[in-house]
Design a binder for this molecule. Structure first.
Ligand SMILES: O=C(O)C(=O)C[C@]1(C(=O)O)C=C[C@@H](O)C=C1
Length: 363
C-alpha cells in the first residue's frame, strides 16, 4: 500500500478523461460499422448484416486479450452490447423467441443479441419457426436441451419439416427461485406454480421443503409469476426476469437440484454461417431400419476422430423410416475432415440434412 493519500477529485477527473476517450472510441467504432454496412450493401443488394462468426471472433479475441481486473465474461458482455448497438446502426434486427416475456428464452435472446435487437415473444416453438420462415423476423431463438431434463422434443421435431438453418447457440445457467408477491403469506404457501420442466429441475428441493404444497403446472415460468401476484397463498418457481417483470421477491433462491443446471438455446435463421475457428455442426439423419444401422452411422465419426457432442433419436414422422438421429459434433461442414465424414454418412443413410454449422457459444 502506498502512503500517498488517495485524491478523490483527481481520480474522478481521470475517470472523466477516460470516459471521454471511451465515448470517442465507441463512436469511431460505430462509424466503422456503418462503413462495413456500406461495403456489404455495395457487394450484395440482399446483404446480410448480422455475422455470427465475426461476432464470435470479436468476443473471443477480447476475452483472450483481457488482463483484468475486469472479469473476461464481464468484458465480453460489455463488448456484446457495443456490437449490438453497432449492428442496430447497420440494420435493426428482429428476433422472435419462445415467450412470453420474462422467460429464460428471452434472457438467452438478450444474452446472444444484446439489448439493441428488437425481440418479439411468440406463444409456441412452431410460431418462432413460422415467423422466421415467413420473413417477418430475421432470426428466432428456441430452447433445445436442458442439462437436467434432457432434450426439448418439440424443437427437434420442428427441424424435420423446416428449411431453416441453425446460425448459433447460447448456453444459459438456469437459476430457479421460489418467488412470492407483496401480499403472499410466506408461512402459508400451499400452491406452487411453474413450468413442468422447472418442477422437474427442482423436484428434490420441493420434496424436502414443500412436500404438502400443490404443484400446478403452467405454460411458462413467466405465467407462473403472473398468477402469483394476485394469490396470497401461492408461490412461483421462476427466474430473475420473471421476478423483475411481475415485481416478486425471492422466498428461497437457487433451488435447482443441480448447481450446474443449464439450458442450451439455438438461433435459427436462413443463413449459412462461415467458419469462426471454433464451430459445431448439427445434422439430422434418417437411417433404414436394418441391423447395425446405428453402428454404420457412427463409425465414420469415430474413424475421423470427430468429437460428437450430442446424439438424439426421434421417431420419424413420415412413417417411411423408423428413426431419425439428431447429431451435433465439433467442426464446420467446410472443413475437409468434416466434409469427408458427411460424404460417408450420406452414402450410408437414407437421408441427411445439414441443419447448420455455427460458432460454439462464447458467452
Ligand atoms: O464485421 C462486420 O461484418 C460488422 O458488421 C461489424 C460488427 C461489429 O460491430 O463488430 C457488427 C455486426 C456484425 O454482426 C458483426 C460485427
Amino acid at each position: 500500500m502506498s502512503d500517498t493519500p488517495i485524491d478523490l477529485d483527481a481520480l474522478r477527473s481521470r475517470i472523466d478523461d477516460l470516459d471521454s476517450q471511451l465515448l470517442m472510441l465507441m463512436n469511431e467504432r460505430a462509424q466503422c460499422a456503418q462503413q462495413v454496412a456500406q461495403v456489404k450493401t455495395a457487394e450484395d443488394a440482399g446483404a446480410v448484416f448480422y455475422r455470427p462468426e465475426r461476432e464470435a471472433q470479436v468476443l473471443r479475441r477480447i476475452m483472450a486479450l483481457n488482463k483484468g481486473p475486469l472479469d473476461s465474461e464481464e468484458v465480453a458482455r460489455l463488448f456484446r452490447e457495443i456490437m449490438s448497438a453497432c449492428l442496430a446502426l447497420e440494420q435493426p434486427i428482429k428476433v422472435a423467441y419462445l415467450g412470453p416475456e420474462g422467460t429464460f428464452t428471452q434472457q438467452a435472446t438478450l444474452k446472444h443479441f444484446g439489448e439493441s435487437a428488437i425481440s418479439l415473444p411468440m406463444a409456441a416453438i412452431d410460431e418462432v419457426f413460422r415467423e422466421v420462415e415467413a420473413g417477418a423476423v430475421n432470426y428466432g431463438v428456441v430452447p433445445v436441451e436442458n442439462s437436467t431434463e434432457g432434450v426439448i422434443n418439440h424443437t427437434l421435431d420442428s427441424f424435420i419439416d423446416s428449411g431453416l438453418r441453425i446460425c448459433g447457440e447460447v448456453v444459459l445457467r438456469i437459476h430457479h427461485h421460489l418467488l412470492v408477491g407483496e401480499t403472499t403469506r410466506r408461512d402459508k404457501v400451499s400452491r406452487i406454480y411453474s413450468h413442468p420442466q422447472s418442477f422437474a429441475q427442482c423436484r428434490k428441493w420441493l420434496d424436502a421443503h414443500y412436500p404438502q404444497a400443490e404443484r400446478v403446472p403452467v405454460s411458462s415460468n413467466a405465467e407462473a409469476a403472473r398468477l402469483v401476484k394476485t394469490e396470497w397463498h401461492s408461490a412461483a418457481i421462476a427466474g430473475d426476469m420473471s421476478a423483475k417483470l411481475y415485481g416478486l421477491t425471492r422466498l428461497a433462491e437457487k433451488i435447482e437440484d443441480r448447481p450446474d443446471n443449464s439450458t442450451r438455446f439455438l438461433i435459427i435463421g436462413n443463413q449459412d454461417v462461415p467458419m469462426s475457428g471454433d464451430d459445431k455442426t448439427s445434422i439430422v439423419v434418417a437411417m433404414r431400419n436394418q441391423p447395425g444401422a446405428l453402428h454404420d452411422l457412427l463409425e465414420p465419426f469415430h474413424r475421423h476422430q470427430i468429437d460428437m457432442t450430442r446424439l438424439e433419436t426421434r421417431p420419424s414422422r413420415s412413417g417411411v423410416w423408423n428413426y431419425v438421429f439428431f447429431i451435433d459434433f465439433k467442426g464446420h461442414h467446410e472443413e475437409p475432415r468434416v466434409a469427408a465424414v458427411l460424404e460417408e454418412v450420406r452414402l450410408r443413410a437414407a437421408e441427411v440434412k445439414v441443419l447448420g454449422s455455427y460458432p460454439v457459444g462464447v458467452l
